[in-house]
Design a protein around this ligand. Structure first.
Ligand code: NI
Length: 166
């Protein structure tokens, strides 16, 4: 396993739209494992391949407290959505900032698992929020796109400044 570098806002590579994965190869399985390890260490509850500069449709999530319920979703697609829920979101690509974002509170999602087998899940609340957040990454979107321009520019400035200091 390997730890992967996480791209940070406003890196333009985060704006790339990821491509569907045609075959779930050992390389993809390895990527999922590496992403999980990277996410756990960060620590975070979700990570999209886009964030580690791999522009393929793969996300990993674990919202369990014990960090023992990894969820790998390849080519995830929301097929049903309803309700709305607002909560403070953060992102490993926007470290240190949390802002309220409105999402669907309940979704139905199809995806392939790490072995390439299709599955379908119903997700609510935190899991639903997390899946929508990670799916946005695959489309080149970040949660800061949903906040005010003023706040987004302030975060951008501060993160760029921090990067220079490192
Ligand atoms: Ni994120």
């Amino acid at each position: 396993m390997a730890l992967l570098d996480i791209l940070e806002f406003p890196d333009s590579r985060l704006r790339t739209v990821a491509k569907p994965i045609k075959n779930v190869t050992p390389k993809i399985r390895q990527l999922a494992d590496d992403m999980l390890q990277t996410m756990y260490l960060a620590p975070g509850i979700g990570l999209a391949a886009s964030q580690v500069n791999v522009h393929q449709r793969l996300i990993v999530i674990d919202i369990s407290e014990e960090k023992n319920q990894p969820l790998v979703m390849i080519n995830p697609q929301i097929i049903q959505q309803e309700g709305s829920i607002e909560s403070d979101e953060g992102c490993l690509s926007v470290p240190g900032y949390y802002e309220p974002v409105s999402r669907y509170s309940s979704i139905r999602v199809t995806a392939l698992d790490q072995n390439g087998n299709p599955f379908e899940i119903e997700a609510e609340e935190l899991l639903a929020i997390c899946i929508q957040h990670e799916l946005d990454h695959l489309d080149g979107k970040l949660f800061v796109d949903f906040i005010s321009k003023t706040k987004r520019q302030l975060i951008r400035k501060k993160l760029l400044k921090r990067k220079k200091q490192n």
